[in-house]
Design a protein around this ligand. Structure first.
Ligand code: PA5
Length: 428
């Protein structure tokens, strides 16, 4: 499902450095699978894959079907881990322009009143459902946004309690209490799954199912990568699961001074997956003065903005390419009678052919310019493969964080801005 190629990195790593990183990655992997590392009370994203809850998947599918039948728009209200995973999968699966199906809109992930006012105008006269998603139930951005959208639903529909679905903690937090009070349908976020690891819980699964995604295949794709990652003997030439082999290279390079990792995709539909990856890695590793800075590029777009820096700038960047082997786009370049643009030499080839040439040329240029390159190839851009990729990255980030000696599952640094903001807003 996922192929890893480390040849563009291993040329940059002295054998003893790589050897020691692989050994540390093996120890970190063992800490993770034995549940004996820091934050081990947050390993629900692994254990829930050991015994899939098919009844829950069915319940989610049933509600998604109702929303697809009844609604023009589903607004998902959430921030950080409470929306990035759904956005990533939906964008990866959907065509760029659609004229049918429920429109899924994300809100509550910033504080722009102009956006929200414009959203409410967009919703007027449409059949709207709202899925409010917050594990704590107290995060200001989604809570304020929901206050506005709840008022909209209450004044626009006679059955507001049937149009609002709350995804939150099972029995605590302001949102849970509000949902119970108002009689909203609820889905529980397991206590032992943190926000950025929650895409395969109802947090991500309900919006994905409403958008038409096959959540069973997504879930079972992750199950399959999870069982491979625990297997002994493991799957790579290094004797490690691929996720741990990836972690070993990233951390070895980081310790050699490559402080920024760019996740580079060749298609815009994977850009939001990059945003999910960025949060997963940034919030899990970036603590105690450590961690790679995760950046995301979509090529070839960003070759015309950041390509110069990657090729020629400060040598502190490592690049992880994410490509897809079998693309569904068979758009062929047409022959032109006048050939005034001089492009007839490409006529008959597909855009995928040209994109592949762009990838290969970029990879070669960046490696020869001194940028270490990791290449991850997803066999297909389907639910099953995306599920596998999600688990791969989750396992990799936990392993990498353990190699750095930090707890992957907390985010103490996020509290600082909230404190400063709330002090100014005079909340006691
Ligand atoms: O990864 C995390 O834990 C965070 O990004 C949270 O998902 C984010 O802060 C939103 O939190 P909540 O779901 O409690 O509103």
């Amino acid at each position: 499902m996922l192929h890893t190629d480390f040849s563009g990195v291993d040329v940059h790593l002295p054998a003893d450095v790589l050897g020691s990183a692989l050994e540390r990655a093996a120890n970190a992997h063992n800490l993770l699978v034995s549940g004996s590392g820091p934050g081990s009370e947050w390993l629900g994203w692994r254990s829930m894959l050991d015994s899939p809850n098919d009844a829950l998947l069915e319940r989610l599918d049933r509600l998604a079907m109702e929303i697809r039948e009844e609604a023009d728009v589903l607004v998902c209200v959430g921030i950080g881990g409470s929306y990035l995973g759904a956005d990533a999968v939906i964008t990866a699966l959907a065509p760029a322009f659609r004229s049918h199906g429920v429109e899924v809109i994300f809100a509550g992930h910033h504080l722009s009143g102009a956006y929200l006012a414009s959203l409410v105008r967009h919703l007027e006269g449409k059949s709207v459902y709202v899925n409010v998603i917050s594990k704590s139930g107290t995060t200001l951005e989604p809570a304020l946004t929901f206050r506005v959208l709840r008022a909209f639903v209450e004044r626009s529909f006679s059955n507001p309690e049937e149009r609002i679905v709350a995804t939150t903690s099972r029995d605590s937090g302001a949102l849970q209490h509000l949902a119970a009070d108002q009689g909203y349908r609820q889905f529980a976020i397991p206590d032992d799954v943190g926000g950025r690891f929650s895409v395969l819980t109802p947090v991500g699964l309900l919006p994905i199912a409403v958008a038409g995604g096959d959540i069973r295949s997504l879930y079972y794709g992750a199950v399959s990568m999870h069982s491979n990652s625990g297997r002994v003997p493991a799957e790579t030439a290094d004797g490690l699961p691929t996720a741990a082999a990836y972690a070993a290279r990233r951390i070895a390079l980081y310790e050699l001074g490559y402080k920024t990792e760019i996740l580079a995709t060749m298609v815009p539909e994977l850009a939001r997956l990059g945003a999910w990856w960025q949060q997963l890695f940034g919030e899990s590793e970036g603590k105690e003065g450590k961690g790679l800075f995760p950046a995301v590029c979509t090529f070839t777009t960003d070759l015309h903005s950041l390509g110069q820096f990657i090729q020629d700038g400060d040598k502190s960047v490592l690049e992880t390419f994410l490509t897809v082997e079998a693309t569904s786009d068979a758009l062929t370049i047409p022959e032109s009678d006048d050939n005034l643009d001089g492009l007839n030499y490409l006529a008959g080839r597909t855009f995928s052919d040209v994109n592949r040439a762009a990838f290969e040329g970029t990879r070669e240029a960046h490696i020869s310019g001194g940028t270490p390159v990791i290449h991850l190839t997803l066999a297909r851009q389907t639910e099953e493969h995306l599920g596998a990729l999600i688990y791969f990255f989750e396992h990799a980030v936990a392993t990498g964080a353990y190699m750095l000696g930090v707890n992957p599952f907390d985010q103490p640094g996020v509290e600082a801005y909230k404190k400063g903001m709330l002090t100014r807003l005079e909340k006691e």
